[in-house]
Design a binder for this molecule. Sequence first.
Ligand code: FES
Length: 103
Amino acid sequence: MGTSYTILTKMPKVSIPQKQMTIDVEPGANLMNALLNAGLPVASSCHGDGICSMCRVRLTGDAVNPPVEFEINSMKRNKCAPDERLSCQVEVRGDLTVQTKYW
Ligand code: FES
């Protein structure tokens, strides 16, 4: 008879201090979708394709995927700040704090 194991995975917490909210998300969740699912508005005109840069956010914490060249080029083209990320291109891997200019 085999042994079964249960892997406990901690749900990352995304804090949104401007809204006094903290949401639990699945590890690997897309940040923009997680914010929208929590009922928060996320600016976008490309619907998450990584082109418009309207979904830009400031993150505290580095528990995310690193930006790939496509995202870096989009952010340069749209004059994003160096400490911003496109929420539609962010994979949540751990606890984060998120801010935008419009919340
Ligand atoms: S929604 Fe357009 S770049 Fe993210």
